[in-house]
Design a protein around this ligand. Structure first.
Ligand SMILES: Cc1ncc(COP(=O)(O)O)c(C=O)c1O
Length: 384
């Protein structure tokens, strides 16, 4: 028998697939998996259909369609006041996940230490392990999940090569302030590190807070790769389209991996997105749209035994269930789905080794009001 020793022995079926399957089995309302239950804009759907009819059905150029990269550069300029070179600095990816994976393969060498701030989006860790990197997990600090930058600094060694950040943050909904950006920049520059900044929720920031993108800081950007997702911005997670911005030398290394991992991304979507993004209104208004959903759900959840934790961005919120149960979050989320008819996501899978005292679960509020209302009503009355 050939050696099939697993390269990812700890990886099982993703918790999102597990909880969605459980939700289907028990006909539970699915607030678990992170996707909207509403449609992308009709115009965008029409443009994709049109692109297919018009014959845009063969391979796109490896880094992405030039017209789309131009549109992305324009969007970045309007959002952050800088314009990366669409030729040398922007690459279209198959969702942010593929961008993150290729960026990590391009930047991390065997034995490099990579700082992960946990809980962390679940694709970072396996990508680091497959690159031969050594993950260094640093917990976000309770109760408000802030980054302890002193601790980050204290964990840096001569082998540290990369920090991965996620702002706004899934699953804790936290948004970086200028103090965070200053501390991050000082650490990255002082220790000559690379930065991978996951900013897929750039347009889902609430209560008037700004999104502080790494793109807006030339010193930080000069050693960073920054990932984005059209799936999040245009309610089309299933299209798996996004992009990565990085300075020319880093983009060149990124593309060496990307061309053999993916080569190029779905052409009709790229044609459609290039036209659709001509109008800045196409990505405007998302902050208010999702803030209204956050508040709608919170209002309807009043009187339930869950305690809602503050959510500054993303379409996820954390709920403290310690008023209902002392069980661990995996057990609680599974039983709650089965018994109470609403599927939730435990957050321990977002850790390499999860804190035992965690009593929070994640909900996705990217849902229509009828679904949010029904779920909240169920969560107010359900007996666990
Ligand atoms: C923090 C974070 N990064 C990356 C992704 C992946 O984005 P995409 O669906 O574009 O691959 C997600 C999706 O949930 C996410 O929450």
């Amino acid at each position: 028998m050939p050696d099939i020793t697993s390269k990812l022995p700890a990886a099982g079926t993703s918790i999102f697939a597990v909880m969605s399957a459980l939700a289907n089995q028990h006909k539970a309302i699915n607030l678990a998996q992170g996707f909207p239950n509403f449609e992308p804009p009709q115009q965008l759907k029409d443009l994709v259909a049109q692109a297919i009819q018009d014959g845009h059905n063969q391979y796109a150029p490896m880094p992405g369609l030039p017209a789309l990269r131009e549109a992305i550069a324009n969007k970045i300029q309007l959002s952050y006041g800088v314009r990366p070179d669409p030729g040398a600095e922007i690459t279209v990816t198959a969702g942010a996940t593929q961008g993150l994976f290729c960026a990590i393969q391009a930047m991390v060498r065997k034995g490099d230490e990579v700082i992960l701030l946990e809980p962390a989006y679940d694709s970072y860790l396996p990508a680091v392990l497959l690159a031969g990197g050594i993950p260094v997990s640093i917990p976000l600090k309770s109760p408000d999940f802030r980054v302890d930058w002193d601790e980050v600094r204290s964990r840096i060694t001569s082998r540290t090569s990369l920090i991965i950040t996620n702002n706004p943050h899934n699953p804790v909904g936290k948004v970086f302030r200028s103090e965070d950006m200053i501390a991050l920049k000082k650490i990255v520059l002082d220790h000559d590190l690379l930065l991978l900044s996951d900013e897929v929720y750039e347009h889902l920031v609430f209560d008037g807070l700004p999104h502080l993108s790494v793109l807006a800081d030339p010193d930080l950007y000069s050693r960073s790769m920054v990932t984005f997702s059209f799936g999040k911005t245009f309610h089309a997670t299933g299209w798996k389209t996004g992009y990565i911005a990085a300075p020319p030398a880093l983009s060149a290394e990124f593309r060496k991996v990307h061309q053999f991992n993916m080569f190029s991304v779905h052409t009709p979507s790229q044609v459609a997105l290039a036209t659709f993004m001509d109008d800045p209104a196409s990505w405007g208004g998302l902050n208010d749209f999702y803030q209204d959903k956050r508040d709608y759900f919170a209002r309807h959840l009043e009187g339930s035994p869950f305690r809602i934790l503050p959510c500054e961005g993303t379409y996820f919120g954390l709920l403290d269930y310690s008023g209902i149960s002392e069980e661990d979050d995996l057990t609680f989320a599974r039983k709650y789905t089965e018994r109470c008819g609403v599927a939730l996501i435990p957050i321990s899978p977002f850790y390499k080794s999860a804190p035992r005292d965690n009593r929070t679960v994640r909900v996705c509020f990217a849902k229509t009001e009828d679904v949010l209302e029904k779920a909240a009503a169920q969560m107010r009355i359900a007996v666990y």
